[in-house]
Ligand binder design. Sequence first.
Ligand code: PAF
Length: 277
Amino acid sequence: MNIIETIPQMQEVRKTLPEPVGFVPTMGYLHEGHISLVRKAKEENASVIVSIFVNPTQFGHNEDFEKYPRDMEGDIELLEEEGVDAVFAPEADEIYPKDFSSRVEVIGITQKLEGNCRPGHFRGVTTVVNKLFNIVGPDRAYFGQKDAQQAIVINKMVKDLNMNVDVVTCPTIREEDGLAMSSRNVYLKPEDRQSATVLYRSLMLANDLYEQGERNAETIREEMVRLIKTEELARIDYVSVADPLTLDELNEIQGKALVSLAVKIYKTRLIDNVILG
Ligand code: PAF
């Protein structure tokens, strides 16, 4: 497996890899969710490249960039076991040299939900994903449904900018009790861990209500909020029942609905979602 730190080296190795090339961009500290993306990429492509880069521009000033969990050695071991062809793991100044002054931004849908709570976050994501696509030149790129809004934003960027990459969104991988796998779960203290299942429990409640015929989105939001508030450690950033393309909040569910939420369990901010319909 090639472990690559510079852009020219990455571009050279890319030329030697059999096509099609699948690409899994990550910020490292890999878990089963990432590995499921790698396996899907292996299934569908002749070669697989994974990037590991904790992207500073998608973190706000008050966020966890410095303490974001990192384990390069462990990640490389896992990727080697999965038979990945190349790992691109640049330093920050390789991606953002001193004179770097460009941004890629999708407007509209990036102002809602996560974008509303984390101003500038998606500009950081689309800028780095655009750069990574240009450097790696993948045929397909793999993202997790857990970051539903990110997947929607990246799809929009690829469509708007006529980028020659197929974006593949893969299902959320969960712990046995339903907690969505996330690198940030490592922040959860043992006493937070049980409370953290309230995200999944509230999504299941939304799903049950929908299955029982409830189509009033506000009723579903209210019931979810009521359940989450029974957890003392939980603080809600948002609970949303929205159109999966525009991310506009729905009154009545007619077609599909993206039910998503962001909740802080003590100091750990978690997100999750399901699609209804
Ligand atoms: O989902 C992530 O891990 C990141 O947002 C991504 C897509 C690797 C961009 O930094």
